[in-house]
Ligand binder design. Structure first.
Ligand code: NDP
Length: 240
């Protein structure tokens, strides 16, 4: 039987590429999403991957959603915490709602998904938790105090939990993508995009598949000695 993977936010952008790459690598994939039913339906039509709707910001919703996935597909071996949002504003204009929404999805969402899945991974003596943080969680970004704080939190979460999972055969790692050519980034004016690209030593934006390939490697049996790691995939834009 093939291993089962959940990808949160797995129907669009980077998450969609991760879902597809895991499927191509032989995993049974459940792609979670929050609200965009049309994108999810189109994704299933194109890929044959099953989608499941709940918000990672809601703990009880995660417990229910994970139970549904496990009933249909089997116990979860691979968890990719990819769902993320931005609510940008300079700090002096940032509202408590903007702060809280980003914390609830980008940081608590990682807790809400990992906590119910963790005991099963420990019992079965195998698991892979792969978190998607950001270059901006490493270096900070103007207008993104909320996002940078949550994404930096994901890195701390990873390093601490990796220590708890190691003896049980569960690895926990985090990937920090740089600027990736998703709808969000492609929507910025071409001039701004050109100026971003000029700061990336490899001279291009990343592709969602650049991140998906890192996930497939971290999910594999061959990556069992790698835990607590931060994989930086940013074309050389920020060197840690
Ligand atoms: P997109 O906006 O293209 O897609 C986001 C996905 O997350 C969608 O499937 C969306 O579902 C889902 N989602 C949002 N909120 C929730 C929620 N509360 N519960 C469940 N699913 C949710 O994002 P990207 O592909 O650009 O980004 C993916 C991850 O990579 C994010 O964590 C982001 O912070 C990170 N990242 C992105 C970079 C980039 O350049 N694009 C750079 C660095 C990091 P729905 O379709 O229903 O809205």
């Amino acid at each position: 039987m093939s291993k089962v993977a959940i990808v949160t936010g797995g129907t669009r952008g980077i998450g969609a590429a991760i879902s597809k790459a895991l499927k191509d690598a032989g995993y049974t994939v459940a792609a979670n999403y929050a609200g965009n039913d049309d994108a999810a339906a189109k994704f299933t039509e194109e890929t044959g991957i099953k989608t499941f709707k709940w918000s990672v910001a809601d703990y009880d919703g995660c417990v229910e959603g994970i139970a549904k996935v496990e009933a249909e597909l089997g116990p979860v071996d691979i968890l990719v915490n990819n769902a993320g949002i931005t609510r940008d504003a300079p700090f002096h204009k940032m509202t408590r709602e903007q702060w809280q929404q980003v914390m609830d999805t980008n940081l608590s969402g990682v807790f809400n998904m990992t906590h119910p899945i963790w005991p099963g991974m420990r019992e079965r003596k195998f698991g892979r938790v792969i978190n998607i943080s950001s270059i901006n969680g490493q270096k900070g970004q103007f207008g993104q105090v909320n996002y940078s704080a949550a994404k930096a939190g994901d890195i701390g979460f990873t390093k601490a939990l990796a220590q708890e999972g190691a003896r049980a055969g569960v690895t926990v790692n985090v990937i920090c993508p740089g600027y990736i050519a998703t709808e969000m980034v492609m929507a910025v004016p071409e001039k701004v995009r050109e100026s971003i690209i000029s700061t990336i030593p490899v001279g291009r934006l990343g592709e969602p598949e650049d991140i998906a390939r890192c996930v497939v490697f971290l999910a594999s049996d061959e990556a069992g000695f790698i835990t607590g790691s931060t994989i930086t995939a940013n074309g050389g834009q920020y060197l840690t």
